[in-house]
Design a protein around this ligand. Sequence first.
Ligand SMILES: Cc1cc2nc3c(=O)[nH]c(=O)nc-3n(C[C@H](O)[C@H](O)[C@H](O)COP(=O)(O)OP(=O)(O)OC[C@H]3O[C@@H](n4cnc5c(N)ncnc54)[C@H](O)[C@@H]3O)c2cc1C
Length: 551
Amino acid sequence: MAEEADVIVVGGGLAGLVAATEIADAGKRVVVVDQEGEQSLGGQAFWSFGGLFLVDTPEQRRLGIKDSYDLAVQDWLGSAGFDRDEDLWPRRWAEAYVAFAAGEKRAWLRAMGHRIFPVVGWAERGGYDAMGHGNSVPRFHVTWGTGPGIVEPFERRAREAERAGRLTFKFRHRVDALTISNGRVDGVSGAILEPDHVERGKSSSRKVAGDFTLRAQAVIVASGGIGGNHDLVRHNWPERLGKAPENMISGVPEHVDGRMIGIIEAAGARLINRDRMWHYVEGIRNWSPIWPRHGIRILPGPSSLWFDATGRRLPSPLFPGSDTLGQLQYIMGTGYDYSWFVLTQSIIKKEFALSGSEQNPDLTGKSWLMTARRATNKGAPAPVEAFKTHGVDFIVRDNLADLVSAMNALVGNDLLKVENLKAQIEARDREIANPYAKDTQVLNIHNARRYIGDRLIRTAKPHRILDPAHGPLIAVKLNILTRKTLGGFETDLDSRVFGQDGKIMPGLYAAGEAAGFGGGGMHGYRSLEGTFLGGCLFSGRNAGRAAAKAS
Ligand SMILES: Cc1cc2nc3c(=O)[nH]c(=O)nc-3n(C[C@H](O)[C@H](O)[C@H](O)COP(=O)(O)OP(=O)(O)OC[C@H]3O[C@@H](n4cnc5c(N)ncnc54)[C@H](O)[C@@H]3O)c2cc1C
């Protein structure tokens, strides 16, 4: 049965919600279609840490950080490394997005009640030269309330529009095809899935209970990326990153299945930069999983020692928190798909944060009291301590020999030699007392401690790894964790999708991860972090406004 709306939005994640609320606010009628149930509204963003890339904010200024649009663009272009003809629109999106992050993004969110935790984080610190990869300054602004806190204003606006009759949700509606009439995309069709009341994030039934067709003047695709589909990740894995990992864990729910991307491509849309992806190398298997192969990313501070599977320390500047893609490339070049952190109790306590709303009950629950304990507690935050106790990837021992033998036992080989690790750790430990050391990781630690935010909650006081007073020793096996799709459908700045013939496909728009967060890949090869949620906000807003205007 055909139903009428001005615009159909495929996907009730953050990008879809932003687009839909803009359409409804423009006085148009919008239908939001999602294959999952109502309980999963908000998609990945709900699970996220809520970190946002913002430039030259009051939060930064209060901490003595001097940031600017020019510095941020320099960092972005140095990280993106745009080098292809098809980077034309991604580069335009990148420049427009950085202007948004340095301009109205914060005020726009603030007007909707969004608030920011006052200590700004410093992600992807690079370590090359001024024009290379990385954030020159801290820019990772954590939403007070994490993922749910970024979804909340848009869900609220959507519910208001629903009550006013301008927005309709169609949950458990899985889109299987676009409809195109006279060269114009004018609807979607697909399957109605049987009701399923599984908890948010858990895999839901795919049993079909009916079918549907919807018609509108435009369709916005906001269906997310491919990170939950390991076959697709391996299929798109680029040679420059070595062989695709045999073992991966999932940083996203199973509904991030990439299926819709194939459907839109088959309808004639131009998918670019599919070989660019953003997977993490500090993944740990969740001892209390929600979705299949559920992994959590450690957001590491700068002090853990990082060894590859053979026991070699990762080369400079591949230290924790510096260059995710460089680390992935290095690790896959070793012939193994895992690596190790070796650290102390003093380091884990101050430096381990876990990415995900459910792993940060203090920030997610907006509890100042609990959050203050990050700076004052004797132990690590409770979720980190829980991983230390229950996580299969964590080993805790009082001496290095026992630690190394347990590390070998965990992976079932004898690649690690205690004498080899000892020599490298002792060499690093000899450098630690002197602030004018030559070890670049030690220099980075001293640099980090000059930033008050890091000194407060992210960087342990420099100490020897083998000093028993800072023990016990901890080893963490780090797995490759799939997360983000950096390529996507090529779009202009109004989020209109280009066809494979290079012409705009009338009636079709794309936003969020499906659009490579704008343009088909505004990040290029690398992200500065906090740019994905922000990319959903910006591309969703552009898509919604443009589609509303055109319909
Ligand atoms: C644990 C975690 C932590 C993160 N932390 C951060 C962070 O701190 N900062 C940051 O910037 N980013 C972060 N991210 C990334 C960010 O959350 C995502 O990239 C972003 O939310 C993607 O939003 P989206 O709307 O594009 O897609 P999604 O959230 O994936 O939503 C897509 C929706 O489309 C639906 N759908 C798909 N196909 C169909 C179909 N055929 N028919 C109907 N519906 C369909 C899906 O069910 C889903 O609801 C994190 C992600 C995770 C999982």
